[in-house]
Ligand binder design. Structure first.
Ligand code: SUG
Length: 449
């Protein structure tokens, strides 16, 4: 027996709008606005609770400690933490925003995961994403690696790889560009890796305005590291035009779960070849057809998909087999998208119900419901090997919601990042969190230098 867990990133105490992600429309639109970290964390916890209540296994991924002042120190800022903070605030406010970014909440970008059912060595494989395309995200991999090792400890069952070398040719954004299809947990599946450009084929099409964050070579490396047989993999290029329209990850234009694939007609550079290869491989490996829902641009234009994050919905299966779409509230607020979803649920599409969630604090940084979760399929034995403290329960919800209420601010504007009080509050909060989750010391400030 196996189950698919969603590990949601708990939003950290310094959540703010730094405008740090060129190519991510929401990040640019909301730059400099006041954020509400407390509300952000509580919205995330509400989503976790609701999925848990639907019968979907749910885990919690702790936030990273911020500010990550080692970034400023590597750039020549010296002195005590307070001195570095003051100087960076004065001289380089954008760097300060990067050091303080709470972007680790978007755990779809934390790592790529392959379940034991698909790896040749029958272990669950993890590779933290290098996230080298954005300075504020490039600081995530070491802590992500520590957290993954703290949760998935047993080396006989879990294989941890190093992040790929941090260079543009190997840009890797994790599970946001990787979708696994299988009839049910525990059964063999097919992996779709989507890249934005190829470093080794510089003549191949590229976006013209915004960066492609994932390369073909990075996706290929992950497949090799995770020991996924080649005949279970489809490697496809994202449509460069949709990247230029704000689709900075493939999970902003398609979502798959089990045998269901919801995608936009313009998601891929070569639609026919991608869909053809995926359908053929899926049928050969599983003996069943892939159930596809292709969304035409006439129903949902790419701009509407980006504004509402329809494709950043989660697809989940309830214990009774019902398939639910976990969509952001922005989809409900768009008459066009709401009507489209209604037609899916009421019609023959393999989606039985829709649930709308307010995750607006995260949405304003460009992260919808699916960005906030990392899927990890675990057999019963593997599940028994992870610390119980990270598995969601009603009791954990209450504990974490109270913890958020105790420690989080209700507003952060860019100028607030200069306040050393925020650094100290974050330290106190996260120190307490590791005890609540029972995962040991994972933060640099908890380790002797
Ligand atoms: O990498 N936003 C994140 C959003 C990640 C969404 N993830 C997926 N689609 N899976 C990013 O662009 C904004 C930070 C800021 O502007 O302060 C940010 O990092």
């Amino acid at each position: 027996m196996a189950r698919e867990f969603n590990f949601d990133g708990l939003v950290g105490p310094s959540h703010h709008y730094g405008g740090l992600s060129f190519g991510n429309v929401a990040s640019e639109q909301h730059e400099g606005e006041a954020s509400n970290p407390r509300q952000a964390a509580l919205q995330g916890l509400e989503k976790m609770r609701a999925l848990h209540d639907l019968g979907v296994p749910q885990g919690v991924f702790p936030p990273h400690f911020r500010p990550e002042l080692s970034l400023a120190r590597r750039m020549g800022f010296e002195g005590t933490d307070d001195a570095v903070l003051a100087q960076v605030a004065r001289e380089q406010p954008l760097l300060l925003a990067a050091c303080y970014s709470a972007s680790s909440m978007w755990t779809a970008n934390a790592a790529t995961v392959c379940p034991s059912a698909d790896s040749e060595d029958q272990r669950v494989h993890f590779t933290p994403a290098n996230l080298q395309n954005k300075i504020h995200r490039s600081i995530e991999p070491p802590t992500t690696a520590r957290i993954l090792r703290a949760i998935f400890r047993d080396e006989a069952r879990f294989a941890h790889h190093q992040p790929l070398p941090s260079t543009a040719a190997l840009g890797d954004e994790g599970a946001a560009n990787h979708t696994r299809f299988a009839p049910a947990p525990g059964q063999p599946g097919v992996h779709l890796f989507v890249f934005g450009e190829s470093a080794a084929e510089p003549w191949s099409p590229k976006p013209k305005i915004f960066p492609a964050r994932q390369t073909k070579e990075a996706s290929g490396a992950i497949q090799r590291l995770h020991r996924i047989p080649t005949d279970r993999v489809v490697l496809a290029q994202q449509n460069p035009e949709v990247i230029d329209n704000g689709v900075f990850h493939n999970d902003v234009i398609s979502v798959g779960h089990r045998d269901v694939f919801l995608h936009h007609e313009l998601a891929f550079l070569d639609r026919d070849a991608t869909i053809g290869a995926l359908s053929e491989r899926y049928e050969r490996v599983t003996g069943q057809p892939l159930r596809r829902i292709e969304v035409p641009k006439s129903a949902v234009p790419v701009g509407t998909a980006v504004a509402t994050y329809l494709f950043n919905s989660q697809l989940v299966t309830r214990p009774d087999g019902q398939v639910a779409l976990i969509a952001p509230k922005e989809c409900e607020e768009s008459e066009r998208v709401r009507t489209f979803i209604r037609s899916l649920v009421d019609g023959d599409a393999p989606i039985d119900e829709v649930h709308y969630f307010d995750v607006r604090q995260s949405m304003h940084g460009g992260g919808g419901p699916a960005c906030l979760r990392l899927r990890v399929e675990l057999t019963d034995e593997e599940e028994a090997a992870i610390p119980a403290g990270v598995v969601f329960s009603e009791a954990l919800h209450q504990t974490l919601a109270a913890w958020v209420q105790r420690h989080y601010r209700e507003s952060i504007r860019p100028q607030d990042l200069a306040d050393p009080g925020l650094m100290r509050e974050s330290q106190t909060a996260l120190d307490e969190l590791t005890q609540l989750l029972g995962i040991g010391d994972i933060y640099p400030f908890q380790r002797p230098a």
